[in-house]
Design a protein. Structure first.
Length: 171
């Protein structure tokens, strides 16, 4: 059955389509502790912010687990409508010592009231705001080389000084 673009639930297809369906498969959950925001000010296209990552952990399918390597950062642009454009770049270190580069680009959008509650440290249900990214992974580890050829998407949860990212492989 054909599905229209923009219905919010399905990818547009035609009755003649032979493309395989896309599915989401759980891949990783990443928990990141963040430092306070460094506000660089208005840079003509919006307010530029830098959020350094302090530390974190991750766990995933097939027993994959580890920590965040030092140096990760989220470079954000806050648009005039209050939407945050996310551009995070960091490295995961598995318990076995393998390194995985993560590049996460996306959007976080919430009402001013929800943003204030998050900033105050109040618990906020992630369903009260939109936080999605697309993710690419890269590694030199031969046992994890399959990660180099996948696309992933994530749903995030922002807390006062932490972020949880649930990552799904797009198959």
């Amino acid at each position: 059955m054909p599905v229209g673009i923009g219905d919010g639930h399905h990818v547009a297809t035609s009755s003649m389509s032979t493309l395989p369906p896309m599915n989401l498969v759980e891949l990783l959950t990443i928990d990141v502790e963040v430092e306070p925001v460094l506000d660089l000010g208005d840079v003509c296209t919006g307010v530029r912010r830098l959020i350094p990552f302090t530390r974190g952990t991750f766990r995933g399918r097939d027993g994959l687990a580890g920590t965040l390597a030092p140096g990760g950062t989220d470079w954000q642009l806050v648009r005039s409508d209050g939407t945050f454009e996310i551009d995070a770049h960091y490295v995961l270190r598995t318990d076995g010592g393998a390194l995985i580069e993560v590049r996460s680009i996306g959007i976080r959008r919430a009402s001013a009231e929800v943003l204030d509650r998050i900033a105050a440290g109040e618990p906020v249900d992630p369903g009260e705001y939109y936080f999605r990214t697309h993710i690419r992974l890269a590694t030199a580890d031969p046992t994890l080389a399959w990660m180099n050829d996948l696309l992933a998407v994530s749903s995030g949860e922002r807390r006062q000084s932490a972020v949880r990212i649930n990552v799904f492989e797009l198959t």
